[in-house]
Design a protein around this ligand. Structure first.
Ligand code: J2J
Length: 538
């Protein structure tokens, strides 16, 4: 059984193979190539895992899952935070050809159920530490709602469903059955701009290339000690070069539960971390901490700070080498594929003021005008791209795909960009109906749909509002049928089960929504209203 997805046209695929981008090797290779290595692969708190241990743990879990009947072409819903088991589970599933969706730990019922209804998973792997799985109530509800779910495994469980128990189960004659390298390996999460969160099928071939090329550009190797303090399941943390890039190079991943300076500075010092990946708000917090208490040499080992996921203001960029004492690398990527980096040997101007260049010579990237024609170099246009690791369609979403792709298979990311003569890209805005809350993406329509389910809500529109720390926060404009308090709406949304970062930071009750000439809420006007009314989230 294989998982359906939109394939690259044969001609392009042949070219990607010829040029060595696609090597027809499954992602399991990233770990198994170091199966005999006793170097440290992961540090999480006081736990250390060597490559040999990680590989053995993944093999034992794979064997146990295989005995439970899971097999190539099946899918799994996984929700684990920044813990070593995230990688053990990921590689175990790849070994038996089961394609996971790695939900973020901040996700709640709405997101989990949206993913489950798209992939009809046979397997659920979750964590007792997550509020939803603290007892069995929600687990029962999920299993009842999704009859395909016949196996549930929990981290931190003491009984027979214990993930740790399965990882420890002895295994001697396991035979790996990964899916073919040009088939779906797993699903990545789209930041989204539509009502339901979309899934991105990633093949072994395309993802492995993205990782290998990232490793080359960022010069990761066996001496790399990488701090992963952003959500480890996010595409950036996994593949740019992320933890998988570190594993490929036989380096060491140091996991942190969050990017706070309190937690990260001592970890950097203790484990002599030399690279960290952050989003812009975390950079601000680190700089603030350094201004307040100095860094007491704690960051001396840090060589490179990668920053991506949201716009990095130039003023903040310039402070990084000066105040943190390491080099900056801007990373502009997307779970759909395309990743851009500033090069380690780029000049300061490019590093401070651009989001870098596409990482692959065969990334086709251009900026389109409203009619879909290329704009001149230096002009603003919509980002259009295709290439050896950029997907060709959201999972089972023909309607969304018809809008997101042009006739030649170019994906329109919804970003407004300027490309200069040398190919450097600047992200200058966005056309998609999304709020980028410090790197966490909120699809306006998803929250508007939920708000419309509240009896007091007649109309709802979610827009971004500027925020000094987060870059953007969200503001919900509501036309109410009956009196309703903003706090009550937020509480109601939280009880429905939506990730905290998606809760509107501000709720503004209005008499009516300004409309565009086609009768949709005029979001440009609403953003102006925020400025006019000087609305803040404080
Ligand atoms: C401005 N906007 C950016 C940047 C992403 C590496 C790094 C990030 C992601 C990611 C990723 C930006 N400046 N430096 O997957 O592998 C916004 C754009 C983009 C969207 C993608 C990776 N870096 N963005 O952030 O799928 O709007 O991936 O289209 O979460 O984030 O979001 P996401």
């Amino acid at each position: 059984m294989t998982i359906p997805f939109n394939r690259w046209p044969e001609e392009l695929a042949a070219g990607y193979r010829e040029k060595g981008y696609w090597i027809d090797v499954p992602l399991t290779d990233i770990l198994s190539r170091h199966a005999k290595s006793d170097r440290c692969a992961v540090i999480e708190g006081e736990r250390h895992f060597s490559y040999r241990e990680l590989e053995q743990a993944a093999t034992r879990l794979a064997g146990a899952l295989q005995r439970q009947g899971l097999t190539t072409g099946d899918t799994a819903l996984v929700q684990l935070g920044n813990v070593a088991e995230l990688y053990i589970v990921f590689f175990a599933l790849l070994k038996i050809g089961v394609a996971p969706v790695n939900a973020l730990f901040s996700h709640q019922k709405t997101e989990l159920e949206a993913y489950a209804s798209q992939i009809t998973p046979k397997l659920l792997i979750a964590d007792r530490e997550h509020a939803l799985f603290r007892d069995d109530d929600y687990l029962m509800t999920l299993v009842a709602r999704f009859p395909s779910l016949n196996t549930a495994i929990l981290r931190g469980d003491s009984g027979e469903r214990s993930l740790e128990g399965l990882i420890a189960a002895p295994e001697d004659n396991f035979v790996a059955t990964p899916s073919a390298a040009d088939e779906v390996a797993f699903f990545q999460l789209s930041g989204g701009s539509t009502g339901t969160p979309k899934l991105i099928p990633r093949t072994h071939n395309d993802y492995y290339y993205s990782i290998r090329r990232s490793v080359e550009i960022c010069r990761f190797d066996e001496n790399t000690r990488f701090l992963c303090a952003i959500p480890a399941a996010h595409n950036y943390a996994m593949s740019s070069p992320g933890s998988l890039g570190v594993f490929y190079g036989e380096g060491c991943v140091v996991l942190a539960a969050d990017p706070s300076a309190n937690l990260c500075f001592p970890l950097i010092e203790r484990h002599q971390v030399d690279v960290a990946a952050l989003v812009p708000p975390a950079v601000s917090l680190w700089l603030q901490a350094i201004r307040e208490w100095g860094n007491n040499g704690q960051l001396a080992s840090l060589r490179l700070l990668q920053v991506g996921g949201a716009r990095l203001p130039e003023a903040l960029a310039r402070r990084i080498p000066a105040e943190i004492g390491c080099q900056l690398q801007q990373v502009f990527g997307m779970a759909e594929g395309l990743v851009n980096y500033t090069a380690l040997d780029d000049d300061d101007e490019h590093i401070f003021t651009t989001q870098g260049r596409p990482m692959c010579p065969d990334d086709e990237v251009w900026a389109a005008d409203e009619e879909g024609n290329p704009v001149a170099a230096g002009e603003v246009g919509r980002l259009m791209t295709r290439g050896p690791y950029t997907f060709r369609g959201y999972y089972l979403s023909p309607e969304a795909n018809a809008k997101a792709f042009d006739a030649n298979g170019f994906y329109c990311s919804g970003d407004l960009i300027v490309i200069d003569e040398q190919g450097y890209i600047k992200v200058v805005g966005r056309e998609k109906d999304q709020i980028n809350r410090g790197g966490e993406k909120i699809a306006a329509e998803e929250i508007e749909n939920l708000l419309h389910r509240h009896e007091a809500v007649l109309h709802a529109a979610l827009v971004s509002m500027e925020d000094e720390l987060m870059g953007e926060k969200s503001c919900a404009f509501i036309v109410a049928r009956s009196p309703v308090r903003p706090v009550a709406l937020r509480r109601w949304l939280r009880e429905l089960g939506v990730a905290d970062y998606k809760l509107p930071d501000k709720v503004e009750i209005v008499d009516e929504l300004p409309l565009t000439h086609v009768g949709k809420p005029d979001k440009k006007r609403l953003r102006q209203l925020i400025a006019e009314r000087r609305l803040t989230t404080k």
